[in-house]
Design a protein around this ligand. Structure first.
Ligand code: NAP
Length: 299
């Protein structure tokens, strides 16, 4: 691809924390960038570093062959792009959808794009705004491989670690939601542990000091052996029964009750383990809870 094609004109719709970082990364890499945001004042810092500011979303779409959308959710993005004017401008152009959503949102976006002659790639940003534009910045993409490859130089300006996950448009969103489910439960789990410790006079700092080495050495083998069991749907080989893990979690619920710390998190975990136990998995490994987590109507 020629340098000129690599530095194609790009329009960025949405200038929240993330959209602003995307626009800035494209400017830093020499792209000609047009921006639009509902609240016009957020375009000012980007105008100062060379972005053109459009007065409507349709005008922004008209300005470039590649449009990057990054707003709160797909509902918002649809309200912006699915107007007669914006949709007409978008025909024949490439829409890179970086708004967070569900796999179904991505499939709907892809179907709408097909119906309206829009070239579509769905993406998910696995970075904070600080990581955008860096060589290690991780972005996930799914949809047409040809569209991914044609736009790869531009995508690598947004984040050097641009990963293509396959032709199914929902896969980037699916991977993002799956990773976020893991991240948020661990992250909030850390804060819950910190609150429990604090209720007994253990400072958040000393909790962190103990938690990091202990949990990082425990976590990887636990996740690996769980993945193997869940992958084969076979949970018989264990050193700790699911029922014993449920009992350990019930102590945490009691600790919450005694200390006044919010018990919602461990209560939810106990409920899942009890469902797995009731479905006959009590003597198996904790990983057997996968059987109730994966099933929509229980075990
Ligand atoms: N920030 C992060 O660390 C991060 C990381 C990964 C992914 N993401 C994803 O990136 C997307 C944007 O996040 P953000 O952090 O930039 O959020 P944000 O700072 O809250 O910005 C939200 C953006 O959506 C626009 N918006 C909201 N409602 C609108 C409406 N009704 N009509 C028109 N525009 C509307 C806002 O416009 P106004 O300025 O006019 O309100 C703004 O441009 C989200 O899907 C988020 O999940 C963010």
């Amino acid at each position: 691809m020629s340098e000129e094609a690599e530095r194609a004109a790009v329009s960025v719709l949405g200038l929240g924390y993330m959209g602003s970082a995307l626009a800035r990364a494209l400017l830093d890499h020499g792209h000609s960038v047009t921006v639009w945001n509902r609240t016009a004042s957020k375009a000012q810092p980007l105008a100062e570093v060379g972005a053109a500011v459009a007065s409507s979303a349709a005008d922004a779409v008209a300005a470039s062959d590649v449009v990057v959308a990054c707003v709160t959710d797909y509902h918002t993005s649809d309200a912006i792009l699915r107007t007669d004017e914006a949709a007409a401008q978008l025909r024949g152009k490439t829409l890179i959808q970086l708004t967070t959503g569900t796999p179904q949102d991505a499939r709907d976006g892809s179907a709408w794009a097909d119906q309206h002659g829009v070239i579509y790639l769905d993406g998910a940003i696995m970075e904070s705004p600080h990581g955008v534009g860096t060589p290690d910045g991780t972005f996930l993409y799914s949809g047409s491989r040809e569209v991914f490859e044609r736009n790869e130089p531009l995508l690598r300006c947004l984040g050097g670690n641009a990963l293509y996950l396959g032709v199914a448009p929902g896969h980037a969103s699916a991977m993002e939601c799956s990773l976020l489910s893991f991240l948020y439960s661990s992250w909030i789990g850390f804060l819950h542990g910190a609150a429990l410790g604090e209720s007994e006079g253990i400072s958040v700092e000393s909790f962190l000091e103990s938690a990091l080495p202990i949990l990082s050495s425990l976590m990887t083998p636990l996740v690996q052996s769980s993945a193997e069991m869940a992958g084969t749907r076979s949970y018989g080989s264990t050193v700790a029964r699911l029922d014993a893990n449920a009992a350990a979690l019930e102590h945490i619920v009691r600790f919450c009750d005694e200390s006044g710390v919010d018990p919602t998190l461990p209560k939810g975990l106990v409920a899942s383990l009890k469902r797995a136990s009731a479905a006959g998995h009590g003597e198996e490994d904790l990983a057997a809870v996968f059987e109730v987590l994966r099933a929509r109507d229980g075990a």
